[in-house]
Design a protein. Sequence first.
Length: 86
Amino acid sequence: MGFDYGNKKPDGQHEHHPVNLEGEAVRPYRDSYTHNTCGVLTRMPAGCAETYQKNPKFYGSTFCCGCGTYFPVAQFKWKDGITVGE
C-alpha cells in the first residue's frame, strides 16, 4: 500500500506529506516558494523543507496556496530565484 496522504484540508492541501529526513543536508534550508503562474508565495511544513534540503528531487509536485492545488515542482521558484527541485 502507498503513502497515506489522508483527507484534503479545506484549502486543498493533503493532511500528511511523505518526508525523508535521512542523510546530510546538501543545500540551504528553504521553506518558501512562489508559483510562476499566479505569483503567490507558499510556505511548506518544516519536514517537507528539510526533505528538499536533503534530496531536492524527492517530490515531483508541490502545493500552491494561491491556486489551491498541486503542480509540478518546475513551476515554482524558491525565494532566492532557484527553481524548486534543482
